[in-house]
Unconditional design. Sequence first.
Length: 419
Amino acid sequence: MKRPHELVIIADDLTGANDSGIQLAKKGRCAKVFFNAEDAIEHGEDVTILDTDSRALSPSIAYHCIASLINELTEIAPTPHFYKKIDSTLRGNFGAEINALYDSGAFDVVIIAPAYPKAGRLTKEGFHYVHDQLLHYTEVRTDPKTPVFESHIPTLLTEQLNQVVNHIRPSLYENSLQWEEEVERLLTTSPFVVCDATSDEELQKIAMLHSTLPYRTLWVGSAGLIEMLYDYLFTPLEITKAESKSLPQEGQTLLVSGSASGRTATQIEHLKQDCDIETLSINMTEITTNPACISEYIRTLEYMLSQRRDVLLTVDKVPEHSQEDISYVIVHTLAAITAQGVGTGQVSNLILTGGDTAKAIVSKLGVKGITLVKEIEDGIPLGTLIGETTCTIITKAGAYGNEQSLVHAYNHVKSRDTK
């Protein structure tokens, strides 16, 4: 590395990388997301975020991916703090990835707190809730790639790690001596500790209590915990708006949705009702039977952009293939069409919803990463692409936000409000 990083965040998908890193960018830190260790080592800043794109891999491949990454990072220069960003609905291989990091020998204890109260993700008595529903009763149970069938985090992790996972309740958050004694006791049986949290205040207490202890800690959580950790891991800085000066100021907005989330579907309906944006729907039955017809959609998009229209690119008429196979076709079709649209030079703003969709698009564009600038809504960050393509980019996980979130994102870039 050019210089030691103060913090490395390792995320398993792009929207997660962005929504965790922005928590530190908005407090004045220069935070950049990269897609491989080489670029992170060469161009990283004091906060470097790595998107490993490992959520849908097999557990064994995800383990080796993370093990290789941590070895590469720690061999080059010391990093005081590591944060494993996990999905706030517990999708993916977070057990295997936590295990890979712990097996590196760089950590004494793993503190796990995936709650994100601002987004309705709470952990009570070890059980994880989304908008007051137990996790396994929500739409994450039917996720096409990484469904989750267990809401009790210690049980879920015990199954993934094949070893004991401990649990700390909020009753111990009021006394630093009690916390220290409990952690010491739990470490005699396992280094893995799940923490309840139903508010930002409880996440802050976890950060405050544990950061004072002399352990090499691997912090594990969503965007909620990393925001609370800031005051305990960093020296506060004056918040700067310097990055905002480089944001593109003219051109069309292209909003792309490949998410299967019902929440995103509702947000799109509000977008169509409330905003002056044209819709280009890709008939996926047609694409799967005649892939060459993608050129017609590309020409249509290029024409719409040439008429200075903002465009919503989405899909319909999805055929009854296996969910995983059709998901792959959808995101790569959207990426190919989007790349051609951006290639016209008429797109200044990208709004991408769905982690797989976002990653496929930035990969197709060939960018090195994303400089995070600001958070326009809880968990919805805005940044700029690193590379030859100069666009503002907003990413949103499929299940994030309220009914007006896409309307808000669209209106934000249209107002050119980067203050």
